[in-house]
Design a binder for this molecule. Structure first.
Ligand code: C5P
Length: 236
């Protein structure tokens, strides 16, 4: 498999075409962003940590029967993914009150939700990824009723697997963001990444083992992500 031309450059990844039109070569970058890209920093080693963590999580999801874009890890910073048309939604699942949910409803962070809540945000840098509901998703022609139902049930299924993975290494998945994409035949599969960049992970002491250390300036991102990776590797 050879890497060809750059197809897309996002905030944290570069996507290249390969000899196979259904497969992309993905390189994780060191850039960290907050406030929807308004704050940007290069953090050496971050791309490698997220690539390795995402690879371990997606391998586990694949083995548990979740259909994902992940094919294999190529190096510390690279992986092969099936090519999909990304659905322009950030699907967020919340197990515990935190972040924008706490802010929106004027709640303290930390209460466990009686039932996990799934939310949709419209992926649009220009609009700052607004919070939208099922009817907006339909109105914008992003997904049908059946597809919306699938996105929600698949996200809950993924949550039950993630809860097992993270609890084995002493972490609570407080909330996380997923992205899905369509294969050429329309099948929807899980795409993008699952890492401390896209998930809130709290340890037993309530410490933040995720990107909030960068967003809130409360710790060293590399040492926190390294600890997460080392624990995942040890539990493999
Ligand atoms: O900020 P908020 O509380 O809405 O974030 C919910 C979850 O989604 C967090 O785990 C956060 O890391 C993730 N997220 C993300 N990318 C965004 C927005 C949120 O990965 N653009």
């Amino acid at each position: 498999m050879e890497k060809h031309e750059l197809l897309y450059e996002g905030k944290a990844k570069k996507l290249y075409t390969t000899d196979d039109k259904e497969i992309l070569w993905v390189e994780y970058q060191d850039q960290a962003t907050a406030l929807n890209g308004a704050r940007k920093e290069q953090i050496s080693g971050k791309g490698a940590l997220n690539n390795q963590i995402t690879s371990l999580i997606f391998e586990k999801l694949n083995s548990e029967g979740i259909q994902t874009h992940f094919i294999k890890q190529l190096s510390k910073t690279e992986q092969l993914n099936r090519k999909v048309q990304i659905i322009p939604l950030e699907v967020v699942l919340r197990n515990v009150v935190a972040g924008s949910f706490a802010k929106r409803f004027g709640l303290e962070e930390g209460a466990v939700l009686p039932e996990a809540i799934v939310e949709f945000y419209y992926k649009s840098d220009a609009l700052d990824d607004p919070f939208i509901n099922d009817e907006h998703v339909k109105f914008l022609d992003i997904a049908t009723d059946e597809e919306i139902a699938f996105l929600k049930s698949e996200t809950r299924q993924i949550n039950s697997i993630l809860k097992k993975i993270w609890s084995e290494i002493g972490l609570t998945p407080v909330d996380f963001k997923l992205e899905f994409g369509r294969l050429e035949d329309g099948t929807i599969i899980l795409a993008d990444e699952i890492s401390p960049d896209t998930s809130r992970l709290w340890n037993a002491k309530g410490e933040h083992m995720d990107k909030d250390v960068f967003r809130r300036n409360i710790g060293d991102l590399i040492s926190v992500y390294t600890e997460v990776l080392e624990k995942l590797e040890a539990a493999k």
